[in-house]
Design a protein around this ligand. Structure first.
Ligand code: P6P
Length: 324
């Protein structure tokens, strides 16, 4: 089986990008090891600290963030990074050619109940005219990403990666090497599986309510087929299921915090996941435009997310078009 570096070299990926991806993987393997130990190291539970998102951090949110941040700060390739757990961007090497955004531990509310979590990352080019590092340098649309991916800490530890030439999955072996286990992943265009947090139903806009109502009508309803539902509350796990067997994932705008466009963050959740989904033949939108066409205004900007099987996302958009 091909190892990660061998595969990337075969694809003529630049040596600098291979070096950066391997550096990220060394950090993620350290995070994986911490997660495996969990209670044995007394690192589950709350850190009793609040992040810039206004969320109470888990101990492992802080540990994972520090591991990735300290690893990237050692790299001559990294100009700076933006993390879900950091108020502002963090400078690394003033000559670095890449910017990295990351969610160090997505789905961390699941850690204490031992459900899959993951590290999401996005790699951007540092602007040519950038001196040093600042938040504004990161405000690049998702369609400028050089690479994107996630490491899923599940029954297997998997890297799911795109460098703009399709999506490939690598499995972490006991020897610490990532091996290519699925090449050129494609999302089926149609599906009978949807993922949304149904407890928010009364807060959704009407088109989403109408769309989900019709799914629940099954064979007798306008969709004419039965749908299954999943909700893991861990975006990496949902996206991985969709990359593996299709589906639609929705975290739409809702009226609980009407001033926010959505719960999920654009720069280190929406954009990297949208690059993976589109590279695998799927679609990803905020119900107004494709997520990767959004011009960011802040590094912690939020977005509504509807992503997955292309024809199903098209149908969600049809419900929105009819409502306009
Ligand atoms: P809720 C995890 O906190 C996360 O950011 C995503 O990974 C996940 O899809 C979503 O929030 C879950 O949100 O409101 O259902 O807990």
């Amino acid at each position: 089986m091909l190892r990660l570096t061998q595969f990337l070299k075969q694809k003529e990926t630049s040596n600098d990008l291979i070096e950066l991806i391997n550096l990220l993987m060394s950090a993620c393997k350290e995070v994986d090891s911490k997660l495996q130990n969990g209670d044995l190291e007394g690192i589950l539970g709350s850190a009793e600290l609040e992040n810039v998102q206004g969320e109470v951090q888990k101990k492992l949110d802080v540990i994972a963030n520090d591991i990735v941040k300290l690893t990237l700060q050692q790299s001559k390739l990294v100009r700076g990074m933006a993390s879900e757990e950091e108020d502002h961007s963090v400078a690394a090497n003033p000559e670095g050619k890449y910017l990295v955004t990351f969610d160090p531990l997505d789905g961390s509310s699941n850690i204490d109940v031992n459900v899959s979590v993951g590290t999401i990352f996005s790699i951007l080019r540092a602007p040519e005219d950038l001196v040093g590092c600042n938040d504004e340098a990161f405000l690049q649309a998702g369609n400028t990403q050089v690479a994107a991916g996630y490491v899923l800490y599940g029954p297997s530890c998997l890297l799911v990666l795109t460098t703009g030439e399709g999506v490939n999955i690598f499995t972490l072996g006991h020897n610490g090497e990532f091996y290519l286990t699925r090449e050129n992943v494609r999302i089926p265009d149609t599906t009978q599986e949807f993922a949304i947090n149904m407890s928010n139903q009364r807060f959704w806009e009407q088109p989403i309510r109408d769309y989900v109502d019709d799914l629940l009508l099954g064979e007798e309803g306008p969709r004419g087929k039965r749908y299954n539902m999943r909700w893991v509350a861990s975006m990496v796990a949902e996206v991985h299921r969709i990359l593996t067997r299709g589906g639609v994932f929705m975290y739409p705008w809702d009226s609980r915090e009407p001033h926010k466009p959505g719960k999920l963050r654009l720069m280190y959740e929406g954009n990297p996941m949208s690059m993976l989904v589109e590279q695998a033949g799927g679609r990803s939108t905020n119900t107004k435009i494709e997520i990767m066409n959004v011009d960011p205004e802040s590094i912690h900007e939020r977005t509504a997310v509807i992503l997955g099987s292309r024809e199903e996302v098209d149908t969600v958009m049809d419900y929105h078009q009819k409502a306009r």
